[in-house]
Design a protein. Structure first.
Lengths: 68, 251, 354
């Protein structure tokens, strides 16, 4: 299984990573607000992650690290 | 095993861009290329005036902030100062490169100045709040074209790659976009080639990146990426507009 | 003593710059300074330097900004309308604290004006080259020898204070031929740890920049720059006094106007009129001391200018308006004759110019 790490405080909640993910791993955390006031992204189905890094490829703020 | 992480040439700071703005993706691609080519220590970047004015804070290589539109002239000075040891890139938006700085753009291309130009075309002035750009589409509503860009009154958008491709000077011109994973990967290839060309002494290499501006286009980041496909790319087709070395090989 | 060679003022500037270690020149053709570019075009390729004819004066000054960012000696030259175009770059150079040398071989204005000599860019050079609070070091040669000397001096001062130095000449100085000695001792280049030459992965990145969005930070950078300016005003003023010891009338002029004035003063002395000359060599910093001293003993100061009266304002301030300061001028490319200046001196001796 692949592992995602987020630099949550730098997330601006744009959601481009969510759309890029082919396995519906990601969603915005509607119950959380980060330092900048955004709902940050989180892995809601981490077990589905295949480590393709599409999310990180589309992230404009470079907050995602992908390990496999 | 880490398969994706922040490139080392990209500074560990939060960038000021709006949510979903593709400037951040292009910054990262430039930094990845700098890492892969191992040139951070000899690279000097030139930031423009526009949304990416503070790009000097986002790259770990030496950086210079230029006056509006003058980045290619500044880059010319930096490159000529020590051609063997300086790798020089400019990072410019459409207002900077294609309006106020058009003379500097055209003439550095005509001289085949051995520099790398990253050109962000999002068809709008972002930093000042969404005014009409030289690349704004016909009919496009902006703060200074509130009834849509009227081509009778203010002319037509400028296709920079096509225009520069009529010159004998430039080495390499390619238009890419970053609105999906496949296109981001292609954009990176083009940016890498634009730097490699400079290392190989081939000359002026410009990559036009069709980008989004969700805030000033008045769209969600997702819709903005779709708008690139639907509206921008028909007017600004992707592709290689000049590749002199490849043309020579073919002959 | 070294041999002297006969050179045009514009060529003397170019050769002196090369001797001073300048290997990068960017310019755009404009009369009456084009010989500087032509000389550089010939010499630079032979010595491994860069001569580049830019697409505009704006591009040229920004190429200067690029080389200056890397810490190397660099120059451009132009004439009045071209200097107006360089204004933007001059402001950015000041804001980023970059050293450079700019030559202005002035011609008559405003607008396209003419191509004959003028001094009507005094305000522009000393006070208002472009937007924002800043100064340039402004050096005013009055011989071909000084065209060369002040070029070398300009590079030294620019490096020392991280500023633009401007040699403010005029069409006469540029075109005039005189014997010149180009025997200079050039020191080692000073360290420029701020330069953007690549980190070599050995230091944090350098940033050359004039953008400070936080007003308190921008204010601080202005205050610091002006502290440096104060130091320069105290330590770098240059001027020549000629027959001022017993003078009862003071003529003041720079550049070509000073040469004309000296002739007039020599004639006036033959007629028994006690008159002398103060010739500022640095126009910024403006040498206030000799005027302050003169104001206590002369009855009139005559400012001889090829402008509608620009330096005269600084002369009035420096002499604290203790004595009348009057203007003797020609403009538009015309030069005052020694007779015109002599007439003004004689009027002053008889009771004063109006």
């Amino acid at each position: 299984m692949a592992k995602l790490t987020f630099k949550t405080d730098n997330c601006k909640g744009c959601g481009l990573c969510i759309d890029a993910c082919p396995k519906q791993v990601l969603a915005l955390a509607k119950d959380k607000i980060n330092k900048k006031g955004h709902h940050p992204v989180e892995a809601v189905n981490p077990e589905n992650c295949i480590g393709c890094a599409f999310c990180a490829t589309m992230c404009p703020d470079c907050i995602i690290t992908v390990e496999r | 095993m880490v398969v994706f992480e922040k490139p080392k040439a990209l500074a560990d700071v939060q960038m000021h861009y709006c949510p979903g703005c593709t400037h951040g993706i292009v910054h990262r691609l430039v930094a990845e290329v700098i890492d892969e080519l191992g040139i951070e220590g000899k690279t000097i970047g030139i930031a423009p005036v526009g949304c990416s004015v503070m790009a000097y804070n986002y790259f770990n290589c030496d950086m210079i902030e230029a006056a509006h539109g003058r980045a290619p002239a500044v880059a010319t000075g930096v490159k000529r100062s020590d051609p063997e040891n300086h790798i020089v890139f400019t990072y410019q938006g459409d207002g900077d490169l294609a309006s106020i700085g058009m003379a500097e753009t055209v003439h550095s291309a005509a001289r085949n100045e051995n520099i790398t130009v990253i050109f962000i075309n999002n068809a709008i002035y972002g930093m000042t709040g969404g005014q009409m750009a030289p690349t704004s589409l016909p009919g496009q509503v902006t703060q200074t074209s509130p009834y849509g860009r009227d081509t009778d009154a203010c002319g037509f958008p400028i296709r920079v790659c096509e225009m520069l491709s009529t010159l004998d000077g430039p080495e390499y011109l390619e238009r890419v976009t970053v609105n999906n994973v496949k296109n981001v990967k292609n954009a990176k290839k083009a940016i890498k080639k634009a730097f490699q060309n400079q290392i190989d002494g081939k000359g002026f290499s410009l990559v036009e990146v069709v980008s989004s501006c969700p805030t000033n286009w008045g769209m969600t980041p997702q819709d903005a990426l779709k708008w690139i496909d639907e509206k921008m790319l028909p007017y600004y087709p992707l592709g290689v507009y000049k590749d002199r070395s490849a043309e020579k090989e073919e002959k | 003593m070294s041999d002297k060679v006969l050179m045009k003022g514009n060529e003397a500037i170019a050769e002196a710059a090369i001797i001073a270690g300048c290997r990068h020149y960017f310019g755009y053709p404009i009369t009456p300074q084009t010989e500087v570019a032509a000389y550089m075009a010939k010499r630079m390729p032979k010595i491994g330097g860069t001569f580049l004819q830019a697409e505009s004066e704006i591009a040229a000054i920004n190429m200067v900004y690029g080389v200056a960012s890397t810490g190397k000696r660099v120059m451009t030259s132009s004439s009045s309308p071209g200097i107006s175009l360089k204004g933007e770059g001059l402001s950015y150079l000041a804001g980023a604290d970059l050293p450079s040398l700019v030559i202005n071989v002035q011609r008559g204005g405003p607008g396209l004006g003419g191509i004959q000599p003028s001094q009507s860019d005094y305000f522009q050079a000393t006070k208002g080259a472009a937007h924002g609070d800043f100064h340039m070091l402004v050096l005013a040669p009055s011989s071909v020898q000084e065209m060369a000397d002040l070029t070398v001096k300009g590079f030294d001062l620019a490096d020392k204070y991280r500023m633009t130095a401007m040699v403010l000449a005029d069409g006469t100085m540029g075109q005039m031929m005189e014997p010149v000695s180009l025997d200079y001792e050039i020191g080692e280049p000073i360290e420029k740890p701020w330069a953007t030459t690549g980190t070599k992965m050995e230091r944090p990145h350098n940033i050359v920049n004039s953008l400070f969005l936080e007003p308190d930070v921008l204010e601080k950078s202005n205050f610091e720059r002006y502290e440096r300016y104060s130091y320069i005003e105290e330590n770098e003023c240059m001027y020549e006094e000629y027959m001022m010891d017993d003078a009862e009338i003071c003529v003041t002029a720079f550049g070509i106007a000073a040469r004309v004035s000296k002739n007039a003063i020599n004639e006036a002395r033959k007629k028994g009129i006690k008159v002398g000359l103060i010739r500022p060599i640095t126009l910024w910093p403006f040498p206030k001391a000799p005027y302050k001293k003169a104001a206590d003993k002369v009855k009139e100061i005559i400012s001889v200018e090829l402008s509608m009266g620009q330096m005269i304002e600084d002369v009035r301030l420096a002499s604290e308006c203790k004595v009348p300061v009057t203007l003797c001028n020609r403009v538009g490319g015309m030069i005052p004759t020694p007779e015109q200046v002599l007439e003004a001196i004689e009027k002053a001796a008889k009771g004063g110019n109006k």
